[in-house]
Ligand binder design. Structure first.
Ligand code: HEM
Length: 393
């Protein structure tokens, strides 16, 4: 038995922050479990690891995303796992297509989704906010980005759950996961063929049209990028919405202030992202022996940059454990830092803002229904699996 901190231990999943505080204090660069990977917990070190692609490679996912029982997973060829110079070129071209136009395009669909949620509300009845709104909002956005038939949205939760489960899949789950990858790839290739024949005003058509120095994306590159959007843009935003709801119900004074002044919604979103970020870790692999704060991290070591710990670093955020809408500096490392900074940050913020605008305009408010949340199982992302609340007027 090692006395290393296990990031997957239930008590750590339920509330990692006291453990991270201890790491920042007494072992800011150390090995943790599972697997004895290295962890950095102070803001400056997390930022350094995330931004320095010369020393820390992002190509870490092959072990977890392509175990021997899976013969294909387009996600492993996505920009998230690339290093420069390939990453620089590929990111430039997808960024061109994934422009600011994405948001105005999905906005009306998101408002319609939030309005449908409001129409289903019954005062006094317990509902799972996660299933009712925190999943439908990003599912609507991603389905639209991927160009998928709205009827397929029902499959999204299973698809993303299968993706997230690859690393920890039991033998019984394997067949289902292989089928999910094959189904999704088939759907996406159909969409790409349809848009090639008849372009529309949508992301897939723009990805097909995008050129840098006359070079276009190949079909497998587009499929990998769309796989990444599903993996990176769905569960993250669900966690953000759930966590915001949890914080509002735990801090009635914050809830009351934002209801009275919806102009505070962006501050609420930023502080929630800082306080309890959906992406807890950025994973890297040391390309050479590296010394951080006098500790040698050996070449080849996996390094967990603890984003959620950096966001609570007292050196950067005074009184960091306090949820504070009026914080002078709110932006932490929740969307990463450096070359891999989240491409969907503006979209995620817009999704949260639209959902919250609808909630704040309601005549009533939500109360926590008293059930302790169960936390999801992934290592990199953290959020409650369900979010039971009661609407009271
Ligand atoms: C609250 C919601 C979200 C959070 C907290 C989040 C967080 C992150 C983080 C931390 C990274 C960097 C990972 C690393 O450096 O290893 C990242 C990358 C990325 N995110 Fe997000 N994300 C969110 C929503 C979205 C959405 C909605 C999309 C798109 C639909 C998206 C697309 C991406 C992409 C494409 C990358 C890879 C960028 C690259 O490798 O160059 N994300 N995200």
């Amino acid at each position: 038995m090692s006395n290393r901190l296990n990031l997957l231990a239930p008590e750590v999943r339920a509330n990692p922050y006291p453990y991270y505080a201890e790491l920042r204090r007494s072992a800011p660069v150390c090995q943790v479990d599972p697997g004895g990977m290295w962890a950095v917990s102070r803001y400056d070190d997390v930022a350094l690891v995330l931004k320095n692609a010369e020393l820390f490679s992002s190509n870490t996912g092959r072990v977890t995303l392509l175990p021997p029982w899976i013969d294909r997973n387009p996600m492993v060829d996505s920009i998230l796992l690339m290093d420069p110079p390939e990453h620089t070129k590929a990111r430039a071209i997808v960024s061109r297509a994934f422009s600011t136009r994405v948001i105005p395009r999905v906005e009306p669909l998101l408002r319609a989704t939030a309005t449908a949620f409001v129409e289903r509300l019954t005062p006094g009845r317990e509902i799972d906010f996660c299933a009712e709104l925190a999943v439908p909002i990003p599912a609507t956005a991603i389905a639209d980005l991927l160009g998928l038939d709205p009827a397929l949205r029902a499959h999204f939760k299973r698809w993303t759950a299968d993706f997230v489960a690859i690393a920890a899949a039991t033998p019984e789950m394997r067949e289902g996961i292989r089928a999910t990858i094959a189904d999704l790839e088939r759907y996406l290739l159909e969409v790409i063929a349809a848009r090639r024949a008849a372009p529309r005003d949508d992301l897939v058509s723009e990805l097909l049209a995008a050129r840098i120095d006359g070079v276009a994306l190949t079909e497998p590159e587009i499929v990998s990028f769309l796989f990444l959007l599903l993996a990176a843009g769905f569960e993250t935003t669900t966690h953000l919405l759930n966590t915001t709801m949890k914080i509002l119900t735990e801090h009635p004074e914050v809830y009351a202030r934002v209801r009275a002044d919806p102009a505070l919604i962006p501050a609420l979103v930023e502080e929630t992202l800082r306080f309890d970020p959906p992406a807890q870790i950025g994973m890297r692999q040391a390309k050479a022996d590296v010394e951080i704060r006098g500790v040698k991290v050996p070449e080849g070591a996996f390094v967990a940059a603890l984003i959620s710990s950096a966001n609570r670093d007292e050196q950067v955020f005074p009184d960091a454990d306090r949820f504070d809408l009026d914080r002078e500096r709110q932006v932490g490392l929740s969307f990463g830092y450096g070359p891999h900074f989240c491409l969907g940050a503006a979209l995620a913020r817009a999704e949260a803002k639209i959902g919250l605008e609808v909630l704040m305009s309601l005549p009533g408010r939500f109360e926590w229904a008293g059930r302790e949340p169960e936390w999801n199982l992934g290592l990199l992302l953290r959020g409650p699996k369900e979010c039971w609340v009661r609407y009271v007027v």
